[in-house]
Design a protein around this ligand. Structure first.
Ligand SMILES: Cc1cc2nc3c(=O)[nH]c(=O)nc-3n(C[C@H](O)[C@H](O)[C@H](O)COP(=O)(O)OP(=O)(O)OC[C@H]3O[C@@H](n4cnc5c(N)ncnc54)[C@H](O)[C@@H]3O)c2cc1C
Length: 255
């Protein structure tokens, strides 16, 4: 989809197929990755397994020694995986929708949903009512808030996810490197800063701030594998919210 989307939307989404390396830290993890790779290959996805030496060749700054508490045993490599600039994707979709006649009301908050005889008739907003025969809810982590407006409890929970960026640096990392086991990922953006990502917070919230504990924990994990980053400054950290089901898969079906 991403190959053609910039052209379809007539907007540069800054798609970068830099390649994704998912690290394994034990033999059982490697075995699980091999099994997953086999089924992904059968689905036509290009996936390779890498040894520690092959990882080091692609990512010279990574520590493949036994110094980290959980050394690197190997990795799954998805050469066509990569990143898309999130703002560009939102703007591209917004422009495309606009071209098809969608009115986008920026800064307008839905405060209620109008229902008559068990049928939706429209929404209330902070600038007035909008009549509608159908209402599609696409509010990410705020889904349960919208559910509450009509007395429905969606089986989703909201968690914040924190992220940090570093100073802009010379080219340092060509790939997107993640550790599913240790819940961290890092990649260097086109601008040159590193994104340092991690797990969802362990408690539910609608927070938009970052915590010292999570930032310190993430920085120390990443520095363990990229010791050269020890003196790099973190310049910004923040969080956003994610809607999650209890066991993670999406919920689909007819109402
Ligand atoms: C820190 C962080 C890092 C992430 N990194 C990645 C990543 O690397 N890769 C990836 O694929 N995904 C990532 N995600 C997840 C990704 O951002 C979400 O899956 C995606 O944004 C969900 O899109 P959405 O359109 O469903 O919801 P959102 O992007 O959350 O948009 C929902 C919109 O609804 C609006 N809204 C809410 N309530 C109302 C209301 N009452 N009235 C009107 N508008 C309302 C909100 O203001 C918001 O603009 C990350 C998320 C976070 C927080």
């Amino acid at each position: 989809m991403w190959d053609d989307l910039s052209a379809d939307l007539e907007w540069n989404l800054m798609v970068q197929k830099k390649g994704i390396i998912a690290l394994a830290h034990s033999d059982p993890e490697l075995a699980a990755m091999r099994m997953m790779s086999d089924s992904q290959r059968r689905a036509g996805i290009k996936i390779e397994m890498l040894s520690p030496a092959e990882i080091k060749k692609k990512v010279p700054s990574i520590d493949i020694s036994d110094k980290p508490a959980l050394p690197i045993f190997g990795a799954q490599f998805h050469p066509e995986g990569g990143t898309v600039h999130h703002d560009a994707a939102v703007w591209g979709y917004a422009q495309g929708a606009s071209r098809y006649g969608v009115d986008i009301c920026v800064g307008v908050e839905v405060t209620g949903i109008n229902i008559d005889a068990e049928k939706v008739t429209g929404v209330e907003t902070n600038v007035g009512s909008i009549a509608a025969g159908k209402v599609h809810v696409a509010v990410g982590g705020y889904s349960s808030e919208i559910g509450r407006m009509i007395g429905i409890r969606f089986p989703v929970e909201t968690y914040a996810m924190q992220v940090m960026t570093t100073d802009v640096m010379k080219p340092f990392l060509d790939y997107y490197v993640a550790s599913p086991r240790l819940h961290f990922y890092t990649q260097q953006t086109l601008k040159g800063d590193l994104i340092l990502g991690g797990p969802l917070d362990h408690w539910q919230s609608w927070n938009s701030y970052a915590t010292w504990e999570e930032s310190a924990d993430r920085a120390s994990r990443i520095v363990e594998y990229f010791p050269d980053l020890a003196h790099v400054r973190v310049v910004r950290s923040w969080s956003g919210i994610c809607d999650c089901t209890g066991d993670s898969p999406p919920i689909s079906g007819q109402p």
